[in-house]
Design a protein around this ligand. Structure first.
Ligand code: PLP
Length: 403
């Protein structure tokens, strides 16, 4: 066949700069799913389009709806969490919003753990309240308190597996059982525990979610979220992610999956390090209390040992004197551990719950939970544990005016 009358060669420059590159499809299998950095996919004709609508999961149309980088990440997390399916979201908050709205709407009621990430608290108290979803807070370490908070309109209970920032451990199987006895669903934020410690769906939860910004991504270079569960719940959660515009970018999905592949290596080392650091901190005279489920004095140590198979996570908190000067002296004394208000990267970091994640709580609530100016939260990294212990010890010594 000869060239058409108005061939590519005849294009004027404005057309050449846009259309000049030939569209090429490479039939070369790549080891890693490439980044599909495209907002839209193309169709040959109406038959092709109809085939997509007949079987939407067999192809892709628009990245907000679905993208191959979402799909591979979702399959990966679904497998890790023992779920039928998963949906990726633009952040952990996107995942929390989708999880709650999957089960609750206007006129419904939610029971939420008192000790929860500040963003979740804000979402429930400010935004969901405006949409007509009421909430009661309860201490999820006390089943009687949770049960008392349940109302006839309660559709969902939500809790973290290990709470932020005081590292209480929740008995997921018992809370799931309680929720189901009252006809409600259980949503679990498994960000701190990861599927290496517990798969909440296997313990009876109805949806599990992650801020994949944290351990799943693992390198402090991505913001993303994911929800996993049974297929019908995930189909609904996906509609919410797509409808509210909370879809993950292809590059962020790709980065999250790249990080997720080393989760087991990173997290095992981080858990081992955390136990050593928590034990050392407990010995230091400047430390008034250490919050870590791996320590025998922790109120849920026995539950954690059973539920998590003798690993206790890599987050810990400790209390200095309730004194701003002491806290500043400690922070200034740290030589290489930064104060970074996030967690779960490969580097050890500290954060300050009172002034960051939990600053929106009322002073009464902060006092009730024990979140004061001397409370430091630590995200343990993969460095050598002796160096981490040395770094904290010398900063604690300085906080006591010893150096
Ligand atoms: N869940 C927990 C336990 C968190 O710590 C955070 C953020 O710190 C979130 C959810 C929200 O995640 P993201 O910042 O990815 O939206």
């Amino acid at each position: 066949m000869g060239e058409r009358p108005h061939s590519r060669k005849a294009w004027k420059v404005d057309t050449q700069v846009v259309q000049g590159g030939e569209k090429v499809t490479f039939n070369t299998p790549s080891k890693i799913t490439p980044i599909y950095q495209t907002s839209v996919f193309t169709f040959e004709d109406l038959d092709h389009l109809d085939a997509y609508y007949d079987q939407p999961k067999s192809g892709f149309m628009y990245t907000r709806f679905a993208n191959p980088n979402h799909t591979v990440l979702e399959r990966h997390i679904a497998q890790l969490e023992g779920a039928e399916n998963a949906v990726a979201a633009a952040s952990g908050m996107g995942a929390i919003l989708a999880s709650l709205l999957t089960f609750a709407g206007s006129g419904d009621h939610v029971v939420c753990s008192t000790e929860i990430y500040g963003g979740t608290l804000n979402l429930i108290q400010k935004e969901l309240a405006r949409l007509g979803i009421a909430c009661t807070f309860a201490d999820f370490t006390r089943l009687d308190e949770v049960e008392a908070a349940i109302q006839p309109q309660t559709k969902v209970l939500i809790s973290e597996t290990i709470t932020n920032p005081l590292l209480h451990v929740i008995d997921i199987a018992s809370v799931a059982d309680l929720a189901h006895r009252h006809g409600a669903k259980l949503v679990v934020d498994n960000t701190f525990s990861t599927p290496l410690l517990i798969k909440p769906l296997e313990a009876g939860a109805d949806l599990v979610l992650h801020s994949a910004t944290k351990y799943i991504g693992g390198h402090s270079d991505v913001t993303s979220g994911v929800v996993a569960g049974h297929r019908p719940s995930i189909d609904r959660a996906r509609e919410i992610v797509v409808g509210f515009g909370a879809s993950l970018s292809p590059f962020e999905a790709w980065l999250t999956l790249r990080g997720a592949k080393t989760l087991a290596l990173r997290f095992r080392k981080q858990c081992e390090n955390a136990l050593k650091v928590a034990s050392a901190l407990a010995q230091h005279p400047a430390v008034t209390k250490v919050y870590y489920p791996g320590l025998e004095g922790h109120p849920q140590h026995e539950l954690a040992s059973r539920q998590f198979d003798k690993r206790y996570g890599a987050m810990l908190s400790f209390a200095l004197a309730d004194d701003r000067e002491v806290t500043n002296a400690f922070m200034n004394g740290l030589e290489w551990v930064p104060f970074a208000p996030s967690l779960a990267g490969v580097e050890t970091t500290i954060s300050h719950p009172l002034r960051t994640s939990h600053r929106a709580l009322t002073p009464e609530m902060q006092a009730k939970l024990g979140i004061h100016v001397g409370l430091i939260r630590v995200s343990i990294g993969i460095e050598d544990p002796d160096d981490i212990v040395h770094e904290f010890t010398q900063a604690l010594d300085r906080s006591m005016g010893k150096r």
